[in-house]
Design a protein around this ligand. Structure first.
Ligand code: C5P
Length: 397
């Protein structure tokens, strides 16, 4: 288990530390928390102790704590030191090597990698002295995560917001994640499509986009440059990924063809509509009679068109099936000329569309592997490692 020391300084962003601890523990970190005196004004020790499962430290000279785990031992215990939020004051102190409280002393004593997630008012962030301090710390090998731009607690707008806990956790995980996709260009389709019937109605499906977005997030963490062509979803844009938002199957086809040149790998995780209305009514269709019929025509098969290109990328499709999984998946692999297909059961109690978990049976021309039921983040990691392996094998053959 990875051991992380989380330093919290005084700032309104300290409330995000609670979520950060939860995410870190989910990612298998043992977390010990150190709070400055001003952090104690924003969060209670009790909350963070309950979340981290460990006593929270705040005093440099505390006889009781020195007996259980002194500050030098605490610094030695950590595999990494993360300070989030890191206030302008804390950054200034660290950059000059001052050690007048527990956290700054730990920083000086620590020999492990150090990460700071700054959080402050945008004018404070832009002040020359703050930027000089940040540069000094960077030169000494400290990793700076963020800050982000956005509306601030003080009512102003600009750079200085602490990065979201998820982005911080992703950054740390990336330090421990293998990078088998380094510098590879990957285009991923995700989500459902919407096929308009008239100005207010459309046909769609239950895809949430979670699998495609998890693949985009993890591919980025594994070192890839990622383009995510996505139908409408409720999901946040994965950090560092280039999002191309589309609506219909035809829009998705156009966007993919515009971006496919030069891509090394394409993963088609979108649930693309197979049929679309033959025409879109310009006015709302009126309710008339007891029955009505829709006229639909087939959409273009995006992944098959990509697999037919000269210079085609390594092409991975998905197959969602309710029966005969292996037969239909292998048929699609051959018919669409794919390099790999990831098949899953849909319409079951667990897994598949609109679910946080899934299981996959993966086929390629001369092999197959099953990836058992797990959350979509873990599954995305495992599938990408498999894709990287078969992709590299094919390209070195
Ligand atoms: O033929 P079927 O729709 O079951 O194939 C599923 C795979 O094909 C998925 O990878 C899906 O993203 C892709 N697909 C596509 N364009 C379509 C239909 C499916 O890219 N019009």
């Amino acid at each position: 288990m990875k051991q992380i020391l989380l330093g919290i300084t005084g700032g309104i962003a300290a409330y995000k530390s609670a979520e950060l601890i939860r995410l870190l523990r989910k990612d298998n970190y043992e977390v010990r928390v150190v709070m400055t005196q001003s952090a104690l004004q924003f969060m209670t020790k009790l909350t963070l102790q309950a979340l981290s499962g460990n006593p929270v430290h705040s005093e440099l000279l505390d006889a009781g704590q020195e007996n259980s785990m002194g500050h030098i031992n605490l610094a030695r215990w950590a595999d990494s030191l993360l300070i989030a939020p890191a206030s302008a004051h804390c950054i200034a102190k660290l950059s000059y090597g001052l050690a007048d409280d527990l956290l700054s002393t730990l920083y000086l004593a620590a020999e492990c990698p150090v990460y700071l997630a700054p959080a402050m008012n945008q004018s404070m962030w832009h002040k020359a002295i703050t930027q000089t301090n940040i540069d000094r710390l960077k030169q000494q090998g400290v990793h700076i995560i963020g800050p982000e731009s956005g509306s601030q607690a003080c009512g102003e707008y600009g750079l200085g917001r602490m990065s979201e806990p998820e982005a911080i956790a992703n950054y740390l995980n990336a330090q421990h994640t293998p990078t088998p996709l380094k510098h590879k260009k990957i285009l991923i389709t995700a989500g459902p499509t919407r096929e308009a019937l008239d100005p207010v109605r459309y046909i769609t499906n239950r895809s949430s986009g979670k699998m495609g977005y998890a693949l985009a997030t993890q591919a980025k963490l594994m070192g890839a440059e990622v383009i995510l062509v996505s139908g409408p979803t409720q999901l946040p844009i994965p950090h560092g990924v280039h999002l191309v938002a589309v609506e219909s199957a035809a829009d998705m086809h156009t966007a993919v063809m515009q971006h496919i040149q030069g891509q090394d790998i394409m993963i088609a995780a979108a649930a693309v509509a197979d049929y679309t209305p033959t025409s879109i009514a310009t006015e709302k269709i009126k309710k008339e009679g007891t029955h009505t019929e829709l006229s639909l025509r087939k959409t273009k098969d995006i992944v098959a068109d990509v697999a037919n290109l000269n210079n085609k990328p390594f092409t991975v499709g998905f197959a969602a099936e309710t029966h005969n999984l292996q037969h239909y998946a292998q048929d699609k692999l051959a018919r669409k000329k794919l390099d790999m297909i990831a098949a899953n059961w849909v319409g079951q109690a667990e897994g598949g569309f609109d679910s946080a978990v899934n299981a996959l049976q993966v086929y390629w021309p001369n092999g197959s592997q099953s990836l058992p039921l797990t959350d979509k983040t873990q599954l995305a990691k495992q599938l990408l490692i498999l894709i990287a392996e078969i992709y590299h094998a094919k390209n070195t053959a």
